[in-house]
Design a protein around this ligand. Structure first.
Ligand SMILES: NC(=O)c1ccc[n+]([C@@H]2O[C@H](COP(=O)([O-])OP(=O)(O)OC[C@H]3O[C@@H](n4cnc5c(N)ncnc54)[C@H](OP(=O)(O)O)[C@@H]3O)[C@@H](O)[C@H]2O)c1
Length: 199
């Protein structure tokens, strides 16, 4: 299969690319390559990427940012940034995929467990993640028969915790999270929001 991975150079994207290669042809896209450039916050750049890409069997998005900060310090711009980036970036990836993904192809987005289990500082992130979960389920309904849409919702990833000086053991290794993206690609599922969390 030809699989487009947005965020292919990031922590999760690299593991997904490693897991799928060389069995599948992975095309990596971020703001800086390696194969294509795209800025999720810019719908025109998403359209342009798809036009250059031709047809793929699957799109996996492991990119998208939202502002993590105490509610009292979050500005209008912080909320606008978060909604335009991780939420609308992935919504537009799905909207613009029509005609560029094969019949029955697979679209996999990334949200995060802060949608269901917020913590101090997660107001904007939690809104965005919940929006992605809701969008994924409803897009799957409307695209039934045309494309499958699923969402991977990770909790803390071990490598991220380690980078923050916290115990890796409280998280799930990126390699294990990547297995869930592979599942969304290969299994005949749609409309699923799959949480990957160490409780
Ligand atoms: N790591 C965790 O613990 C964790 C937990 C829950 C959820 N998540 C979610 O999982 C996703 C991936 O996390 P990660 O830790 O793998 O992130 P990461 O290591 O920071 O990687 C992000 C990737 O996305 C690309 N990217 C960033 N902004 C972009 C944009 N506007 N347009 C296109 N590409 C862009 C980056 O490349 P360029 O900078 O070159 O564009 C990079 O390849 C995020 O949505 C995050 O919220 C992560």
């Amino acid at each position: 299969m030809r699989v487009l991975i947005i965020g292919a150079t990031g922590l999760l994207g690299k593991e997904v690319a490693r897991l799928l290669s060389p069995e599948h042809k992975v095309i990596g896209a971020t703001r800086n390559g390696p194969d294509m450039t795209v800025d999720l916050t810019d719908k025109a750049s998403i359209v342009s990427m798809y036009q250059q890409l031709g047809t793929v069997d699957a799109v996996i998005c492991t990119a998208g940012s939202a502002k993590f900060a105490p509610l009292e310090t979050l500005t209008d711009d912080d909320f606008a940034f978060s909604l335009a980036n991780k939420l609308m970036g992935q919504v537009n990836l799905v909207r613009c995929a029509v005609g560029h993904v094969v019949q029955g192809g697979s679209l996999t987005l990334t949200s995060g467990i802060l949608a269901q289990h917020p913590m101090a500082g997660s107001a904007a992130v939690s809104i965005v993640n919940a929006g992605i979960d809701a969008f994924g389920r409803s897009a799957a309904l409307e695209l039934k028969g045309k494309a499958r849409v699923n969402v991977v919702s990770p909790g803390w990833v071990s490598e991220t915790l380690a980078a923050m000086g916290q115990a890796r053991s409280a998280g799930v290794p990126a390699e294990a999270v990547a297995q869930t993206y592979k599942r969304c690609l290969l299994e005949d599922i749609t409309g699923e929001v799959i949480q990957v969390v160490k409780w």
